[in-house]
Design a protein around this ligand. Structure first.
Ligand SMILES: [Zn+2]
Length: 223
């Protein structure tokens, strides 16, 4: 049964990855069948099996033999694991939903350094209606507007991602996430030895996962 839920999650990941690629390329999501972005040829059913097709083709397109990004199977694998953890009730449905949004925003940040506002606004509005932590979320939106108007060294999208998290988790957990993600960001900046902006949303997402794990094993308590 676990394999079934993992496979469902990997399929969700495959679909999300496809949507992200199409949004980045300016292609309507439901317009065409899945195709290879290099040779433009339509993919067949065996090419669409998440993770397995990548392993069988050794990470290459079956038609044009160009190498496909490793981020394909990694993204599908993470979605599979998240779905399995939700099935095992180690994640709530809302934590699962936020995790999927954050890893999608991370992929945008890594691959095109973009923050698609609409991909944040839709889930944010959905969670905002039923959330009890609206004030903190609105504070982060205010910070986002401030960073759009004045350069304060942190991207406005990063604050919007914090606003999304603030809807669902306690301020105490949020402080942990801020500290862990800032540490990861500094570590990444030092490790790559190159100046310039770094994709921070992946650090924030990792900070969220680490905080969930620490809370799950009672190393830190959520108040
Ligand atoms: Zn191809």
């Amino acid at each position: 049964m676990s394999v079934f839920y993992f496979a469902i999650g990997a399929c969700i990941g495959s679909f999300l990855y496809c949507c992200i690629e199409r949004i980045e390329q300016g292609i309507t999501i439901g317009k065409a069948r899945s195709f290879c972005f290099y040779c433009q040829k339509n993919l067949t059913l065996p090419d669409l099996i998440p993770i397995v097709s990548y392993l069988f083709t050794l990470g290459k397109c079956r038609m044009c033999k160009r190498s496909l990004p490793l981020s394909y199977p990694i993204f599908e694998f993470i979605c599979g694991i998240l779905t399995l953890l939700t099935h095992l009730q180690l994640l709530t449905l809302r934590e699962y939903f936020i995790a999927l949004i954050l890893i999608s925003l991370s992929l945008f940040d890594i691959s095109s350094k973009s923050f698609p506002f609409i991909c944040w606004l839709l889930p944010f509005s959905f969670l905002f209606i039923s959330s009890e932590n609206k004030r903190l979320a609105l504070f982060f939106i205010l910070l986002s507007v401030t960073s759009t108007l004045f350069s304060i060294g942190i991207g406005s999208g990063d604050f919007l991602a914090f606003a999304l998290l603030a809807l669902e988790i306690t301020p105490f957990s949020l402080i942990w996430i801020i500290q862990i993600s800032a540490f990861l960001g500094i570590f990444y900046m030092l490790a790559r030895k190159k100046k310039g902006a770094i994709p921070f949303i992946p650090c924030l997402t990792l900070g969220y996962f680490i905080t969930l794990i620490l809370e799950g094993i009672n190393l830190i308590k959520s108040f």
